[in-house]
Design a protein around this ligand. Structure first.
Ligand code: ADP
Length: 357
C-alpha cells in the first residue's frame, strides 16, 4: 500500500534513497566505499547491481538488508529487492584481485593467535567432517613455517604432479580422505627450516593458490600460520575470503592473542565467522569425568567481545593427537567419541553460519 508521503517508484528515487543509506550504528554511507552500478524495476521487484569492496557474505547481506529496508520504508513496503554483487578490483592499498580459486564457494581461513592450540588439527578434521557431509572440500596448508598437513594426511614424500592449463604449468593437488590438498611441506624437507622473508612469503602463498589446478568445490579450508603476520596479509590481498574461524584454547594467555587475531581480520575486512574452543576439557575415557585442564568456556565467553559466534568446543582426546601423528585425522577413522561429535557439530554450525550469512 502506498502511504501518502511515499516517493513514486522510479529509478531516480531509488538512487536518491540509496544515496542516503548508512550502515547501522555508524555514519558510514553504504555508497561511500561501494558503487551502485544499475537499478532495474520489474513490477514489484527491484534489481540492484552493486560493486562492493568487502566480499564477505555478511557484508553482502548487510548491504542487501539496508537497501530493502530503505526502499520499503521510503517507497513501498511491498517491493522486493534483489542485489547482484561484483567485487571492486583495484584499490591500491588493499587490493582484492578476484578469486584465485575459481569455482570454490566458501573460502575459510582457520587461524589462531598462538601456536600449539590445535589449529592444524582442527583444519584437518573440519575438512574431513565437511567432506563427510558430501561437500567437495579442498585444503591449503598455508602454515609455511610449519606445514603439518602432509603428516596429518599421510602424504609425506609425495609430490603433486604438474599439469598444463592454458599453456601454464600448474600442480594438481594431492588427495586423501576425500580432501584435496596442497602444502609447502610437499616441496621442503621435513626437518629443514626455511627462513621466509616478506616477498617470498607472498610468492609462496600465491603459488599455493594460483599455481594449483583446483577443481572448484564447496569449501576451501586454509590452515594459516599462528599470529598476525605476512601470510595473513598476503591472503587478504590475494583472495576473497568468505570468513575466518579462530581456534583458541580456553585459557587467558591464548585468548589474548585470539582477540588480536580477530582484530587483524577486522582490519582487512575479513569477517570472523566464529570461534572454536580446543582442548576444552579432558573427558576420562574410563569414567567419563570431564576435567577442565585449561579452564573451560574461556573462548565461548569471549565471543561477544569478539563480536562473533561460538562454533563449538573440542575435548582433549588421545585419538585426536594420535590421528594427527599417524596420518589419519580422527574424523577419517571410525571413532565414536565426544571429540567426533564436537567436530561434526562444528561443521554443522559453520554451514549454518554461512547459510544465515
Ligand atoms: P597448531 O596448528 O595450533 O600449532 P596442532 O594442530 O599442531 O596445533 O596441535 C598441537 C598438538 O596438540 C598436536 O600434537 C595435536 O595432535 C595435539 N592436539 C590438538 N588438539 C587436540 C585435542 N583436542 N586432543 C588431543 N590432542 C590435541
Amino acid at each position: 500500500m502506498f502511504k501518502k508521503n511515499n516517493l513514486e517508484l522510479n529509478k531516480k528515487n531509488i538512487e536518491d534513497v540509496l544515496s542516503q543509506a548508512v550502515f547501522t550504528g555508524t555514519d558510514e554511507k553504504v555508497l561511500e566505499k561501494n558503487s551502485l552500478l544499475n537499478v532495474q524495476i520489474f513490477g514489484d521487484e527491484i534489481i540492484l547491481d552493486f560493486e562492493i569492496q568487502n566480499p564477505t557474505l555478511q557484508y553482502k547481506k548487510k548491504v542487501e538488508q539496508i537497501c530493502l529496508g530503505l526502499i520499503n520504508k521510503k517507497i513501498d513496503s511491498n517491493l522486493k529487492v534483489k542485489v547482484n554483487f561484483t567485487i571492486k578490483k583495484i584499490q591500491e592499498d588493499n587490493k582484492i584481485k578476484g578469486s584465485p580459486i575459481p569455482g570454490v564457494k566458501n573460502i575459510i581461513a582457520v587461524s589462531s593467535g598462538k601456536g600449539g592450540v590445535g589449529k592444524s588439527t582442527i583444519s584437518a578434521n573440519l575438512a574431513v567432517a565437511l567432506s563427510q557431509l558430501n561437500y567437495k572440500v579442498g585444503l591449503i596448508d598455508a602454515d609455511i613455517y610449519g606445514p603439518s598437513m602432509p603428516i596429518m594426511f599421510d602424504l609425506v614424500g609425495e609430490a603433486p604432479k604438474a599439469v598444463e592449463v592454458e599453456g601454464k604449468k600448474k600442480m594438481r593437488p594431492l588427495e586423501n580422505y576425500n580432501v584435496k590438498m596442497v602444502s609447502m611441506g610437499f616441496f621442503t624437507e621435513l626437518n629443514t627450516a626455511i627462513v621466509w622473508r616478506g616477498p617470498m612469503v607472498h610468492q609462496a602463498i600465491e603459488q599455493l593458490f594460483r599455481d594449483t589446478k583446483w577443481p572448484g568445490g564447496d569449501f576451501m579450508i586454509i590452515d594459516l600460520p599462528p599470529g598476525t603476520g605476512d601470510v595473513q596479509l598476503s591472503l587478504s590481498q590475494l583472495c576473497e575470503i568468505t570468513g575466518a574461524v579462530i581456534v583458541s584454547t580456553p585459557q587467558d594467555v591464548a585468548l589474548i592473542d585470539a582477540v588480536k587475531a580477530a582484530q587483524m581480520f577486522k582490519k582487512v575486512e575479513i569477517e570472523v565467522l566464529g570461534i572454536v574452543e580446543n582442548m576444552s576439557f579432558f573427558a576420562c575415557p574410563k569414567c567419563g569425568e570431564e576435567t577442565p585442564i585449561f579452564s573451560r568456556h574461556g573462548a565461548e565467553n569471549k565471543c561477544s567481545q569478539m563480536d562473533t559466534q561460538f562454533l563449538g568446543a573440542i575435548p582433549i582426546e588421545i585419538d585426536v593427537r594420535k590421528g594427527g601423528d599417524e596420518g589419519k585425522p580422527l574424523m577419517a577413522g571410525n571413532h565414536d567419541s565426544p571429540a567426533t561429535i564436537a567436530f561434526n557439530n562444528i561443521a554443522d554450525n559453520l554451514v549454518r553460519v554461512l547459510e544465515e550469512g
